[in-house]
Design a protein around this ligand. Structure first.
Ligand code: IVH
Length: 719
């Protein structure tokens, strides 16, 4: 048939769309193509040509429109139609048996399950409205995630329209599915990435998740993603009565459903399924990490309900972690940022569930001695999920001569200082001058949850220290681009970018600054607690220093001194031992000196307090006000967390212009800063900035990084 056929181009376009949709379904979902690839391409090209000459014929769900969208600036956060809960799980049989017992106790013996492979991919919600794919949202925190609709549209096996030949499409259908990448495709993708000098993905799951989070759908479309749909999250209309019927309905709608799902009557049948799946695990084209057991009867599910974390009607029975045997080549003591010296095992590379492992953390001297692991031994290594690989045990090789037991060196391999044993651990005492510790501290200060200095990763920090560019942490803030370009690995652009990123980090949130100092025991959460409790770095430092010399408060019995850092214990999550360690660290003269210097380079901004409705705003007042004096207005503004400044700049959020305003008003107009009259100010004070039109700054959120690019899954980290 051609364009001039009865009904004209419109009808032909409709025919072509229908045919392409059908053949895509046969090819991608059913794996039963009925026409050749060439014929398919021919039909596709015909539709494209038709749409090119008749733009009005393009429909959003046309097969030609999978990769139509422009790159996004950021993903939109979207709430799920219903919460996407997690699964209760275990790798042991007992919790599985208890799950079955609970079901029988609640529902009687007349129950049945459906067992399914637990796909190791990226969880996603798909929403079809009147049969058309309207949005796709990553699982995120379970309540809301990122809208990745345009990326999902590029996946050929995802129907843009549900099939309705055997079953009508409900007005609303929200589905839960897993995006996967087949192992062969994953390997080919990694090979391509490596060829073009880009970091490969650690495993197919990270590759799937990373590909979904591309802002440019064209990149996603070039990634070989696939999908399996396994659950109805919400439906407008009558839901199928069982999981079996659900899977059948999904199939009828043309959605890809995993063909290995099947009913199971009891624990015996569940275990048989698990054994079968685990046996064939290595032959599967995609990765799975266990099986999922679900109550078949949907009404019974409602009866048993759910916790805030997982439904009570389902259980994930996970595979035990993967283990492999390899040879231990060498044990190397590695100095971490806190001075802990950790023995690291270097092994002959071995594949462990999709990742090549060549290093493992041996933790401390006692651990090495206890396991009696020596260089040259055969060892069994294990990796569970993404967890850093472990050396489980050595494998006896009778008759083979072994190396001498490994001993921790007496001197620091990085700076030569005499190492100090503390319990099973070993420390380099040379806090700030040991190159390994210095590089570690610099890297930590620049890390994502600290000052977040882009371009200051492990490699750069090591380079700066090794080349003698930085001898003390605060010297980071003296770096000059002209010096950096002289170093190998720095181009002019990367040098100026790094210097700019460092300059931008001079103003940072208080919690980031506290965390970035690398104080023992202070992780991201504790740093946040400290920041919101003390509100200034000085107050925190004073609290840490208080005690012993200056007894704190009424609680201390007369004449006795409070223990150091007692005031820190008022903060959530800080106990006496932690308080003492923090105090002791900050009290060391060499620490104190570096902290002083860093504090003079960085301005930590306190977190907004509750009621700080104007936090982060900079406001300039000019001219007289009727309802209050200017200084009164200033006080009111500052009490709500905003800053009152005297000069207008691009950073100014609002200029409040009263009676007879001065030159500041003109400047605000030139710079395009929003101007408020007195009424506007009063609204701002009572209702916050939301009551006004938004000020200029709509700073672009970070571009989504590729999560889980395989830096080095086996990289050890000192405790
Ligand atoms: S059902 C509320 N079925 O496992 C129950 N989940 O560890 C919904 N997953 O986030 C989950 N295969 O992404 C279900 N056949 C399957 C699954 C499956 C993989 C994932 C899912 C979930 C994670 C929980």
């Amino acid at each position: 048939m051609s364009e001039s056929s009865p009904g004209g181009p419109e009808r032909r376009a409709r025919e072509l769309r229908r045919a392409l949709r059908h053949h895509s379904y046969l090819y991608y979902v059913r794996n039963q193509p009925e026409i050749s690839d060439e014929r398919f391409d021919e039909l596709f090209r015909e539709l494209k040509a038709l749409e090119a000459s008749h733009a009005e014929l393009v429909t959003p769900d046309s097969p030609t429109q999978r990769v139509g969208a422009e790159p996004l600036d950021a993903f939109e956060t979207i709430e799920h139609t219903a919460p996407m809960l997690s699964l209760d799980s275990s790798a042991d049989v007992e919790p599985l048996e208890r799950f079955d017992e609970r079901m029988r106790r609640a529902l009687g013996d007349d129950i049945g399950y459906v067992v399914e492979p637990k796909l190791d991919g990226a969880s996603i919600e798909l929403v079809y409205e009147s049969g058309r794919l309207s949005r796709a949202v990553t699982r995120g925190d379970g309540v809301r995630g990122e809208g990745v609709t345009e990326n999902i549209r590029t996946i050929q096996s995802v129907p843009l329209r549900l099939r309705t030949a055997d079953r009508d499409a409900p007005p609303l259908l929200a589905l839960r599915a897993e995006i996967i990448m087949r192992v062969g495709d994953f390997e080919a993708l990694n090979a391509r990435l490596l060829e073009s000098d880009r970091p490969p993905f650690a495993n197919p799951r990270n590759a799937a998740a990373g590909s979904l989070r591309q802002l440019d759908p064209r990149i996603t479309s070039a990634r070989p993603l696939d999908i399996y749909v396994y659950d109805i999250l919400a439906i407008d209309g009558r839901p199928p009565a069982t999981q079996r019927a659900t899977l059948e309905a999904l199939r009828e709608w043309g959605l890809p459903v995993n063909e290995r799902c099947r009913p199971a009557a009891d624990v015996g049948e569940i275990l048989a399924f698990q054994a079968e799946i685990e046996d064939g695990r290595d032959d599967l084209e995609y990765e799975i990490d266990g099986i999922v057991i679900k109550l078949d009867d949907i009404a019974a599910r409602d009866e048993v309900g759910e916790t805030s974390h997982h439904p009570r009607w389902a259980f994930a029975f996970k595979f035990p972690p993967r283990k492999e045997v390899t040879r231990l080549l060498h044990i190397f003591p590695s100095v971490g940022r806190t001075g802990v010296v950790t023995p690291i095992a270097f092994m002959r590379p071995v594949e462990l569930g999709g990742v090549t492992v060549s290093r493992a953390n041996l933790h401390n001297r006692e651990e090495v001695a206890r396991k009696d692991i020596r260089e040259g031994d055969r060892v069994r290594v294990q990796r569970a999920g993404d967890v850093i690989p472990q050396v489980l045990e050595r494998i006896d090789e009778p008759g083979r001569e072994r190396a001498e037991p490994w001993v921790m060196p007496a001197e620091c391999p990085s700076c030569g200082a005499l190492l100090e044993p503390r319990g099973p651990y070993t420390f380099c005492p040379n806090l700030f001058a040991c190159p390994a510790q210095l590089a570690g501290r610099i890297q930590h200060l620049g890390s994502r949850h600290a000052l977040d200095i882009e371009g200051l990763g492990e490699e750069t920090a090591n380079l700066l220290v090794r080349q003698g560019v930085i001898g003390r942490v605060p010297e980071l803030f003296e770096l000059e681009a002209t010096k950096l370009v002289e170093l190998e690995g720095f181009a002019e652009k990367s040098a100026t970018n790094l210097v700019r990123a460092i300059a931008e980090a001079r103003t940072t949130e208080l919690a980031r600054f506290i965390y970035g100092l690398g104080i023992p025991e202070i992780g991201v959460t504790v740093a946040r607690e400290l920041a919101s409790h003390f509100l200034s770095f000085e107050a925190f430092r004073e609290a840490a220093a208080a005690g012993k010399a200056a007894p704190a408060g009424d609680e201390a019995p007369a004449g006795e001194e409070a223990p150091a850092g007692e005031a820190l214990q008022e903060v959530d999550g800080i106990g006496p031992l932690m308080a003492e360690q923090i105090s002791a660290f900050l009290a060391r003269p060499e620490v104190s000196a570096v902290v002083d210097e860093l504090r003079s380079c960085v301005e930590p901004v306190p977190p907004p307090r509750a009621g700080d409705t104007l936090a982060g705003l900079r406001i300039v007042l000019t001219g007289g006000l009727e309802s209050m004096s200017r200084s009164e207005a200033g006080k009111k503004i500052e009490a709500l967390g905003a800053k009152v400044t005297s000069s207008v700049s691009r950073q100014t959020s609002y200029v409040v212009a009263g009676e007879n305003p001065g030159r500041k008003l003109e400047r605000a107009q030139t710079l395009g800063v929003e101007i408020l009259d007195e009424a506007g100010l009063l609204r701002l004070l009572s209702d916050g900035p939301g009551a006004l039109s938004p000020p200029e700054d709509v700073s672009a959120p970070d571009e989504a990084p590729e999560p889980g690019a395989a830096g080095d899954a086996s990289a050890p980290d000192a405790p």
